[in-house]
Design a protein around this ligand. Structure first.
Ligand SMILES: Cc1cc2nc3c(=O)[nH]c(=O)nc-3n(C[C@H](O)[C@H](O)[C@H](O)COP(=O)(O)O)c2cc1C
Length: 365
């Protein structure tokens, strides 16, 4: 099943493998994408990744969260990205640009000394207190996402993915923990999701209905286990309602993830050393898949072919997304296909976070 083609968002994918968005630390300081990024995506394409999602690309200068992060906040980025998408499209892979605003996790700089967020809720991880966005700033962010998507289309991307997970701006909005607003952008699930549904509406207005808009969605903030009824932050029950609203707005695929920084080690878990520890958001993705009719992509600690087959055959997800396994073995799909291995070698140590460019830095014997 995993090697079978599938049509997602009108895109014919050669298999059900997705390279999950992974910040590569390979852009110039101002966010300009480099040929190194092109090398990396071309290698993934050569190795038959069905859908490649780029590292998170910031849509507004004040929305940058990391060094050497790629940007899409200006038309000058279109040309270098076009070179990259051309390289990928020599193969059968599709490539989607992930769009982000850092929100309360944005870098502090001279020009942007205080990050903005839906509400003034101190980040327990960084101790930063963001300032509450005005209505005008929310509208400006919607336009910045829209313009970024238009640029992505011009640059030859097959679609965009809105980063609505991991504690960045759009996930700040959907979470009742970080969003305490009482206006039309806060309160009910519908109000908290409004910034995303408005972005989707505007992107569709500007790019036409056929340009795919995907979402990476937090299914939980991670303060409690995925399907627990304890009340703190975003939980799966609210995430299911949000997923339905996103489908209605025209989002064509949802990648299920979870966790914000201050919940601690929820998103990119370490020590995935047994099949039972793999696919740690599987129950969340099943709950969302049962509620929507668009394809659901599952990410988080997936390593073994047996687990992958189980997930697909038992309705947990339609596609399988991996980040660290592709850093360690860009050719893992071909290895699975030929029968050379049944499990990715990644030990989930997170040494791949490398400011000189992601790479597997674990010393294998
Ligand atoms: C080096 C690195 C960079 C990441 N950058 C992003 C990113 O830009 N956007 C995003 O949505 N997730 C990012 N993630 C999270 C992954 O997409 C994925 O959700 C997480 O690593 C769990 O999947 P895995 O076990 O297959 O690695 C990153 C992960 C790693 C290891």
């Amino acid at each position: 099943m995993i090697f079978d083609p599938i049509t997602v968002c009108n895109l014919e994918l050669q298999n059900r493998f997705v390279r999950s968005a992974t910040h590569e630390f390979m852009a110039e300081e101002d966010g300009t994408p480099t040929s190194r990024l092109g090398d990396l995506y071309e290698e993934l394409a050569k190795n038959e990744v069905g859908l490649i999602i780029t590292g998170y690309s910031y849509i507004f200068p004040g929305g940058q969260s990391d060094i050497y992060q790629q940007g899409i906040y200006d038309d000058r980025f279109i040309e270098p990205y076009r070179k990259i998408t051309k390289r990928v499209h020599r193969y059968r892979s599709k490539i989607v640009l992930q769009l982000v605003h850092g929100g309360r996790q944005a870098n502090l700089s001279k020009e942007y000394p205080v990050p903005m967020a839906p509400s003034e809720v101190k980040d327990g991880h960084s101790a930063v207190v963001p300032r509450e966005m005005t209505e005008q700033e929310i509208l400006e962010v919607i336009e910045a996402f829209t313009k970024a998507a238009v640029r992505a289309k011009k640059a030859g991307f097959d679609g965009v993915q809105l980063h609505c997970a991991h504690g960045f701006l759009l996930s700040n909005f959907i979470s009742p923990y970080t969003n305490r607003r009482t206006d039309r952008w806060g309160g009910s699930v519908e109000n908290r999701a409004r910034i995303i549904t408005e972005i989707v509406r505007r992107i569709k207005e500007e790019t036409g209905n056929s340009f795919p808009v995907l979402v990476k969605l937090n299914a939980t903030d991670g303060f409690q286990p995925c399907c627990s009824k304890a009340k703190l932050g975003l939980d799966i029950f609210q995430a299911v309602e949000i997923a339905k609203l996103l489908e209605k707005a025209g989002v064509c695929a949802i990648e299920v993830s979870g966790g914000i920084g201050e919940a601690g080690g929820v998103t990119i878990r370490t020590a995935i050393n047994a099949p039972a520890k793999e696919a740690y958001f599987r129950d969340c993705s099943k709950a969302i898949k049962n509620a929507v009719n668009i394809p659901v992509i599952l990410v988080g600690g997936i390593r073994s072919l047996s687990v992958i087959n189980h997930l697909l055959e038992n309705g947990y997800a339609d596609l399988i997304s991996m980040s660290r396994a592709f850093i360690s073995e860009p050719d893992i799909i071909l290895k699975f296909k030929s029968g050379e291995v049944k499990k990715a070698r990644c030990v989930s140590c997170n040494l791949c976070f490398d400011s000189e460019g992601i790479s597997c830095n674990f010393q294998f014997e």
